[in-house]
Design a protein around this ligand. Structure first.
Ligand code: MG
Length: 208
């Protein structure tokens, strides 16, 4: 009954949710989980370029329903995937007003809250930005610091590097930025069998 109520409220399909007890018995619960995330957004004029919550000086910014922070989107999907929760497009749909121009840090924080609720904490995340322009190396520390602050983890848990394609990937050449993220989570406690829900009902102010 609780599962049915949750599905109706969040508009999620039952295939997106892990049924109660799907994590197996206590002895079968793994100590570590990994997750992978990927995203890409198109560059366009008239938009701000935000990466990891940091404003990057650039003539072009990323197009998207939210603030289009491609790095935070990849990280959010990696966190959700590590605990087999629905992906970012399911939990934070790019339709309607709720997430229009929203800071992507809110999605990342929401996803991490759900990871913590599942009984895991972040060990580390490693990210790759694929970007020909602008050069991002001068911004590594600011971006890593921003993400560490969002997740409230030490700076050395956040790895980041940017790669150019040397013009070899025409789809990416100065027209878009892509991001990949891999996370490692460690279990902090056993999972309690029950219904898992997203935090979609939370007000933005509660997630800051
Ligand atoms: Mg995205």
């Amino acid at each position: 009954m609780l599962l049915a109520l949750t599905v109706r409220r969040d508009g999620l399909q039952s295939s997106h949710l892990n049924p109660p007890h799907s994590g197996g018995g206590r002895r079968s619960q793994p100590k570590y989980r990994t997750g992978i995330g990927f995203d890409a957004h198109e560059l366009a004029s008239g938009r701000r370029l935000l990466l990891g919550g940091v404003r990057i000086p650039s003539r072009l910014g990323l197009l998207g329903h939210s603030d289009a922070d491609v790095l935070l989107h990849a990280m959010t999907d990696a966190l959700l995937g590590a605990v087999a929760l629905p992906d970012i497009g399911t939990l934070f749909p790019d339709t309607g007003a709720k997430w229009k121009d929203a800071p992507s840090g809110l999605m990342l924080k929401d996803a991490y809250q759900q990871v913590r609720a599942e009984g895991f904490r972040l060990v580390n995340v490693d990210c790759v930005l694929v970007c020909d322009r602008p050069k991002l190396q001068p911004h590594y520390l600011a971006i890593r610091t921003s993400i560490a602050r969002m997740l409230q983890v030490p700076l050395d848990r956040i790895g980041l590097k940017a790669k150019t394609t040397e013009g070899t990937l025409l789809a990416l050449r100065r027209k878009s930025i892509a991001a990949m993220a891999v996370v490692l989570l460690a279990r902090t406690r056993s999972r309690k069998p029950g219904v898992r829900t997203s935090n979609l009902g939370a007000r933005r102010s509660e997630l800051r």
